[in-house]
Design a protein around this ligand. Structure first.
Ligand code: 13P
Length: 250
């Protein structure tokens, strides 16, 4: 059985003060939840405070990006060792906003995934097609390339811990969600590509999330699909009550 994950990607929102108030309220609202892994991913500046507030709760903390090296002359970057040491357990890698605005490539994302595992951080690897690619019927081709290049050369012992998020770029922040069937179709295709690379048994263990305009009123349908193991939530994770409703999708 794959345990569902509901993860909030706060993107470039929330000062330290607001982050503390959001996560404190959330912790109170979901303290009895046991059957869902809850993750929040604040901006770097609020990680320390959020890790503090969530100590001893059922909420885990992740970063939104990192460099692949342990340390070095890389101005403005943060390393996996630093994230691990401060108490992060997850890291989002290859988000479409990083690919689109900061030139991240599958090769760099692959380096980051390997490095995350080296520091016992669980990577949430994002893939997904642009609107134009969906309209041209090349969604599977695009996602296959991202998965094959991104997940190349991992240790088989690492695969069960891996989390993938399928986020169609046209559904992010637009209010347009993929239909449950479309999301299921691409997510089962992702599992198939992983099975071609690492075998069915390992592919059946990885959690694959859907992301893109997830809200309290569409999460239940998405979670009923057999290959969808959770959600990566942007906008709707910025308000405690709304995010708590998504966590309680059942
Ligand atoms: P929205 O939920 O705001 O569409 O964002 C999705 C996302 O990019 C999560 O990583």
């Amino acid at each position: 059985m794959r345990k569902p994950i509901i993860a909030g990607n706060w993107k470039m929102y929330k000062t330290v003060e607001r982050a503390i108030s959001l996560v404190s309220e959330l912790a109170g609202l979901v303290s009895d939840v046991r059957d869902v892994e809850i993750v929040v991913c604040p901006p770097f500046t609020a990680l320390d405070a959020v890790i503090d507030v969530t100590a001893g709760t059922n909420i885990a903390v992740g970063a939104q990006n990192m460099h692949w090296e342990t340390e070095g002359a890389f101005t403005g970057e943060v390393s996996p060792m630093m994230l691990k040491q401060m108490g992060c357990s997850y890291v989002i890698l290859g988000h479409s906003e990083r690919r689109q605005y900061f030139g991240e490539t599958d090769e760099n994302i692959n380096r980051k995934i390997k490095s995350a595992f080296r520091y016992q951080l669980i990577p949430i690897v994002c893939v997904g097609e642009l609107l134009e690619q969906r309209e041209n019927g090349v969604t599977e081709q695009v996602v296959r390339t991202q998965i094959e290049a991104g997940l190349k050369g991992l240790e088989t012992s690492e695969i069960p811990k891996l989390v993938v998020a399928y986020e169609p770029v046209w559904a992010i922040g637009t209010g347009k969600t993929a239909s449950n069937e479309d999301a299921q179709q691409v997510i089962s295709f992702i599992r198939k590509v992983v099975s071609e690379m690492y075998g069915q048994e390992l592919a059946d263990q990885i959690r694959i999330l859907y992301g893109g305009s997830v809200k309290p009123d569409n999460i239940t349908g998405l979670m009923q699909e057999k290959d969808i193991d959770g959600a990566l939530v942007g906008g709707a994770s910025l308000e405690a009550e709304t995010f708590a409703k998504i966590i309680r999708f059942k």
